[in-house]
Design a protein around this ligand. Structure first.
Ligand code: FAD
Length: 367
């Protein structure tokens, strides 16, 4: 199959978050490729630092880098635009402002918050985007809510609870639908985190499914309710709307990839990061920044192989759902490290220093 139209392979990358930006950074130095990045935002953002920002520990400059100077430095065109439709037969992307043609397409538009149809949930605060996190921090600082409910006890919910417990005098509640905290991680991690949150005075409510969110509180499916002046929704993500609109193979809504991180059945469409379902050798890739970054580097090398006409190399998953890796900040300058069933017995300063270094150095490499 001849993928190329001109002298260079025109690669359009949709989404300049962790996966897309890292792919561009790595692919820009490869021969035979002409890169275009489609990203409506002006800055590359490191979501891993949003809870720190909410707690007032970092500022916007620490967790973002401007996209235009980076693209200029890498000699990559930045279309400050949002892709709305993709014609896979004509290899044409319709954006809000302009249309673009491609030889190869890399989809990296990430995910958006999933409210699972819970009544009133979209009115809750969220820390899934920078704008939402800025709004949440302003509310905390100005309104000083007495009681804050955090819905969802994944790593984001836990970090949010720890930062708010450390930096406010609010009563903090963590609400989890399952029977334990951190339900996607090991039981050891749940036990450790229960102790950590207990030590900070955070109240944990497990087996509590939210039925609706109203001003002033949360109502549960079992009929009970929790009064609070602020509710922060951290429970779950779904694919970006663009992915939902594409007629491509999917699993649970995510783009189904082959071992080369191409969308199944397509030689010209790659998918990386949160938007992709990557299952190789019985392992399923986690939706984390760490995985998105490694997938991006691998895909950049494979794009160069397509340009050279050599065979693609299969991807090997690093952080899978069966042995997930997580560094979770617990406030007071400490964090815990979890790898599969293993976790450190108490939060450590050195782990926070390491996590903070990873997150901030991701941002620095684009400056
Ligand atoms: C609060 C929070 C904390 C987290 N903490 C950690 C952590 O500590 N460690 C970790 O490994 N992971 C963490 N994650 C997960 C990590 O941030 C994601 O897995 C990672 O960002 C996924 O990268 P991505 O490139 O797929 O998507 P994103 O980084 O979300 O980037 C997607 C980009 O695509 C753009 N886009 C969307 N639609 C379109 C369109 N139609 N056209 C053009 N552009 C589009 C968006 O504007 C965005 O910039 C955290 C996530 C959150 C929300």
């Amino acid at each position: 199959m001849n993928l190329q139209r001109g002298d260079l392979l025109r690669v359009v990358v949709v989404g300049g978050g962790i996966g897309g930006a890292e792919l561009v950074r790595n692919a820009a130095t490869k021969e035979g490729l002409e890169l275009v990045l489609v990203e409506p935002k002006e800055r590359i953002e490191c979501q891993a630092l949003y809870p720190d920002y909410l707690g007032g520990k970092v500022e916007i400059e620490d967790m973002t880098a401007p996209l235009d100077p980076f693209c200029r430095k890498m000699n990559v065109a930045h279309a400050k635009d949002r892709a709305t439709r993709i014609d896979l037969d004509d290899k044409r992307i319709t954006c809000e402002k302009n249309d673009l043609d491609y030889d190869l397409l890399v989809l990296a538009p990430g995910a958006v918050q999933n409210y699972f149809g819970v009544e009133g949930a979209e009115r809750a605060f969220s820390i899934n985007t920078l704008e939402d996190t800025v709004k949440a921090r302003r509310f905390v600082e100005k309104s000083r809510p007495k009681r804050i409910a955090i819905i969802g006890s994944g790593p984001t919910g836990i970090e949010t609870a720890c930062f708010l417990a450390e930096n406010t005098s609010s009563a903090i509640f963590v609400v989890e639908m399952m029977d334990r905290l951190l339900p996607t991680l090991s039981r050891n991690a749940s036990i450790l985190m229960e102790k950590v949150l207990g030590g900070k005075g955070v109240e944990v409510l497990t087996n509590k499914q939210v039925r609706s969110i109203r001003e002033g509180g949360v109502t549960f499916v079992d009929g009970e309710s929790l009064d609070c002046e602020m509710t922060i929704w951290t429970a779950g993500i779904r694919p970006a709307p663009l992915i939902e609109s594409l007629d491509l193979p999917k699993r649970s809504g995510w783009l189904l990839c082959d071992q080369y991180l191409r969308v199944q059945g397509r030689e010209d469409v790659f998918a990386i990061g949160d938007c992709a379902w990557i299952e190789i050798g019985g392992k399923l890739a986690t939706k984390t920044g760490m995985e998105a970054e490694i997938q991006a580097k691998h895909t950049a090398r494979n794009l160069a192989r397509v340009a050279k006409g050599t065979d693609l190399k299969p991807y090997s998953i690093r952080a899978s759902t069966e042995s997930p890796v997580a560094l979770i900040t617990t406030g007071c300058g400490c964090a815990v490290g979890i790898y599969g069933d293993l976790c450190v017995p108490i939060p450590k300063r050195i782990i926070y220093t390491f996590k903070s270094w990873i997150d901030k150095s991701f941002v620095r490499r684009f400056k």
